[in-house]
Design a binder for this molecule. Structure first.
Ligand SMILES: C[S@@+](CC[C@H](N)C(=O)[O-])C[C@H]1O[C@@H](n2cnc3c(N)ncnc32)[C@H](O)[C@@H]1O
Length: 301
């Protein structure tokens, strides 16, 4: 049966997009009105509503509003991801960042990495594989990869750890053979030796209380997340990352993202394989104040 078409009026579009932006940072401008209308129309149908004004009220006042918001997030978040995304950045992580972090800390401490906006887990599991390739965790060196997302559905998939071909579009056969086992004809399951180093939690990056629970981390990956946010939300989230990073900690964004017009608190570090942001420490070499737009960074995907 064809879906009943319900139009999203201008006023309700503004109310709903403000509500979403204030809650999770994701910003819808005029050009994405149709997209929001299409996506939320399904919820109206399920809730037996015939207009967006009532739906907005439901999101504000209904006793099931928390569940409804979860359903909205599931419809509006972009969860595109795959293993070994942005190779040159991962190379920088493996060859330069890991050794530097390990050299800077007292031996035997925990190496903590946060994959913020981890989607279905391909990113944090990639990091876990890269660490295993370096022999980490090792005797006397623990590792903890905290992986978080706001979307409960993708987190459930991440915890399950079963993937289809699409997730392996840039994965070398070597890693598939070593760290996955066949689940069925079309899917592969990540091995426990990788899985055990990653913990998944539901964290809204705009919730400073929950962000605080993460504790101090050495490296933050927040790739292809801020691109969907409004400017105020970007500033708030990056401010939170600054707080969470240990001294000389690294922040790695997606290749189309940068801290330009967001903050100058981080330094841009020129590594051999990529440019990354670092919580400043004056004596470190290769520093440059300010930030360069992500699109100027050359990366092979
Ligand atoms: C495009 S995916 C990026 C996945 C992975 N980082 C990568 O680069 O392949 C963006 C993820 O950010 C999550 N996200 C969006 N807003 C969020 C928020 N306020 N808090 C936490 N996660 C959020 C989405 O649910 C989605 O899974």
């Amino acid at each position: 049966m064809p879906e009943k078409e319900i139009k999203l009026p201008e006023h309700e579009f503004r109310l709903l997009s403000d509500l979403i932006r204030n809650y999770c940072g994701i910003s819808f401008d005029e050009s994405s009105k149709f997209l929001l209308e299409k996506r939320l129309a399904r919820r109206l149908e399920q809730r037996h509503l015939d207009n967006f004004r009532d739906y907005y009220r439901l999101l504000l006042y209904d006793r099931d509003r928390a569940e409804e918001l979860t359903a909205v997030l599931d419809l509006i978040t972009v969860n595109e991801t795959y293993f070994f995304r942005e190779q040159s950045q991962l190379q920088a992580f493996s060859d330069e960042i890991i050794p530097e972090v390990l050299a800077s800390g007292p031996y035997g401490r925990k190496f903590r990495i946060w994959s913020a906006g981890c989607s279905s887990g391909e990113e944090p599991y990639t990091l876990a594989m890269l660490l295993l390739e370096k022999g980490i965790p090792a005797n006397g060196l623990e590792v903890e990869i905290i992986a978080s997302d706001i979307n409960q559905r993708v987190l459930a998939a991440a915890r399950r750890g079963v993937y289809r071909k699409n997730s392996f579009r840039t994965t070398q056969e070597y890693y598939i053979k070593k760290y996955f086992e066949r689940e069925d004809e079309n899917t592969m399951r990540i091995k426990d030796e990788v899985k055990r180093n990653v913990t998944f939690s539901c964290i809204n990056l705009l919730d400073s209380g929950k962000m605080g629970l993460v504790g101090k981390v050495d490296v933050i990956f927040c790739r292809n997340v801020l691109i969907y946010f409004g400017q105020d939300a970007r500033k708030a989230v990056v401010g939170g990352f600054f707080e969470r990073l240990s001294d000389k900690g690294f922040l790695l964004l997606g290749h189309a993202e940068s801290l330009m017009s967001i903050t100058s608190s981080f330094s841009l570090r020129h590594l051999k394989n990529d440019m990354v942001y670092q919580k400043p420490h004056k004596s470190a070499p290769g520093y440059e104040a300010g930030a360069m737009p992500g699109f100027l960074r050359e990366r092979t995907k």
